[in-house]
Design a binder for this molecule. Sequence first.
Ligand code: ZN
Length: 210
Amino acid sequence: MDRLKTALDIVVKASKLGDYDSNVIGMAAEIIAEEAFQMKKAPRGSRDVDGHWYKDGRNQTVQVKGWSENRILTYRRSTYFRLRENALPDVLLCLLVRSSEPGYEVLYNGCPKAVGRVEKDGTHRVIHFRDLKCTNEVLQILEDTAIKSRLKKRCSICGEVKAIKQFTYDKRNTNSYCIECRKAVAAEYSRGGAKAAQLFRQSMRSRWQR
Ligand SMILES: [Zn+2]
């Protein structure tokens, strides 16, 4: 049995039932850590540590955090968790577990002290998504996730990523170009016919397609 594949499939199936996925995400994140990173699970009930792995010649304690696509699409760059500052693991592994398709992304794999900040009372470290990667990478992951979740789509003419409702017109939701481009194409068509409309599409695409 491929545990990793099974866990990733379960997340996709669970997400179809509704937004009940936090336990499932936690389970999947630990299985990813075990199967893809050779983490050995800590005994049940261990606090602050999910397991350990052997790396760079020594045993390192690991804490695994998993976020769902829903969660990062809701809280975006401010998605966060807190760790107890006096019980930090050697390694923090933060994963985005996909539900739009089976898969995951590593958002962080490193020392927890290098990310986030300690809260005023000194007991907890708060770590936001925006702390884990540079701004462009975070925005790219959010955009990719919105596209995968069908909340957004890239227009096949202007190349911009826009909200899915920009693509629902003419009683269809499968349009490949946005409403603005549809209007622009229609204007070109009425001005110079099919040839003009085609030239317009080509020139728009040449601006962003290679
Ligand atoms: Zn467009």
